[in-house]
Design a binder for this molecule. Structure first.
Ligand SMILES: NC(=O)c1ccc[n+]([C@@H]2O[C@H](COP(=O)([O-])OP(=O)(O)OC[C@H]3O[C@@H](n4cnc5c(N)ncnc54)[C@H](OP(=O)(O)O)[C@@H]3O)[C@@H](O)[C@H]2O)c1
Length: 329
């Protein structure tokens, strides 16, 4: 089968589509003929050689897929060969065949296309959990999302109205990306520069932000603390810049502001609470099926186009969510 293979840490020069042995499902696992796979920043972090991901090369990237069940491992019930499913494999999703745990393999309802479904198991499920679980969003909240014009950022803009609505502010790394965030549904978007705190204060009439979703390690945490409303929640869910992170703020600062800092990890949930993650994948899929969530995705034509898209994500040039068509025809 064809698969994207990362041969060593680095950039696109170390990512190639290769013929590799077809994977087979072990007990409790499902093999899937992949129609579409989602691209995620975590694969860029792996490729960059960020600590804590992999020390084993070659590495097969790809953590969300949509396709049809090819084979069932021992003991798997409730799924049949040929079922349309999405799944969150540990890796190897950017391939013609992927293997995932059955608990993280979820049927795709009729009427939902596999193209959009491929954005669900990691991207949309994470966005649902960031808002509802880690972020305890309630209707009317003011929410600020860093990296608002990216995949997660644009999914959150789709979800907030479905969860009751709120004021949605975003930040972007380059000023020219602010317009894309507003087009994705943000009420306002700001460049992350020295004027950010003042701009957010102005945009919130001095009230501050109820929920801040922050994938920037601790680099924006001082800003988050400055712009959080009393009782505000800050969810740390990434380290886009890589490298070491700082210590958390002094307890006194949190107590004085009635502030909460929470962590979120899709990978952590997949390993320690897969049923909870599967529930979020189902819920995200229901948003697509029943609420007709218009989840816009950029489609790449084949696996060979993925390394350049990873380059754009790594350089902060990508906009929105990317999926790649894997099955020929
Ligand atoms: N914890 C989890 O389980 C989880 C799950 C999914 C995603 N995430 C995180 O959520 C973020 C968004 O993920 P995504 O897949 O949707 O990617 P994405 O937003 O499409 O792309 C990543 C974005 O990160 C921003 N960024 C900030 N500093 C950067 C740096 N030093 N180098 C490169 N990019 C930088 C860039 O936007 P700006 O420059 O505009 O900020 C870039 O466009 C990522 O940080 C990802 O790791 C975490």
């Amino acid at each position: 089968m064809r698969a994207l293979v990362m041969t060593a840490p680095g950039g696109a020069e170390n990512s190639q589509v290769k013929d590799v042995e077809v994977v087979t499902p072990g007990p409790g696992q499902v093999a899937i003929d992949v129609a579409y796979a989602g691209l995620n920043f975590v694969d860029v972090m792996v490729r960059r050689g960020d600590g804590g991901y992999t020390s084993e090369w070659p590495y097969l990237p790809g953590k969300e897929v949509a396709g049809t069940v090819r084979a069932l491992g021992e003991g798997v019930t409730g799924l049949a060969v040929g079922d349309r499913v999405v799944a969150a494999p540990v890796g190897g999703g950017l391939a013609e065949v992927a293997v995932a745990e059955a608990v993280l393999t979820v049927p795709v309802p009729d009427g939902v296309g596999l193209r959009e479904a491929a954005a669900v198991p990691l991207g949309l499920a994470t966005s649902v959990l960031l808002l509802t679980d880690a972020g305890r969003f309630t209707a009317g909240d003011t929410v600020l999302v860093h990296s608002a014009s990216g995949g997660i950022g644009s999914a959150i803009a789709q979800l907030v109205p479905l969860l009751g609505g709120g004021r949605l502010l975003g930040t972007v790394g380059r000023p020219e990306k602010a317009a894309a965030a507003v087009a994705a549904g943000y009420d306002a978007a700001f460049a992350r520069d020295e004027d950010l705190v003042e701009a957010v204060r102005k945009a919130t009439d001095g009230q501050g932000v109820d929920l801040i979703l922050d994938p920037l390690g601790t680099s924006a945490l001082p800003t988050d603390l400055d712009i959080a409303a009393p009782g505000g929640r800050i969810v740390l869910f990434g380290n886009a810049g890589g490298g070491a992170v700082d210590a958390l703020p002094p307890v006194g600062r949190l107590m004085a502001g009635n502030l909460t800092i929470t962590g979120f990890s899709h990978r952590g949930l997949a390993a320690t609470a897969p049923a909870k993650l599967a529930h979020a994948i189902r819920r995200a899929m229901d948003f697509l099926a029943e609420a007709h969530l218009p989840l816009p995705v950029n489609e790449l034509p084949d696996l060979a186009a993925v390394p350049a898209a990873h380059d754009a994500m790594e350089a902060g040039r990508a906009l929105g969510k990317y999926v790649v068509r894997v099955a020929a025809g």
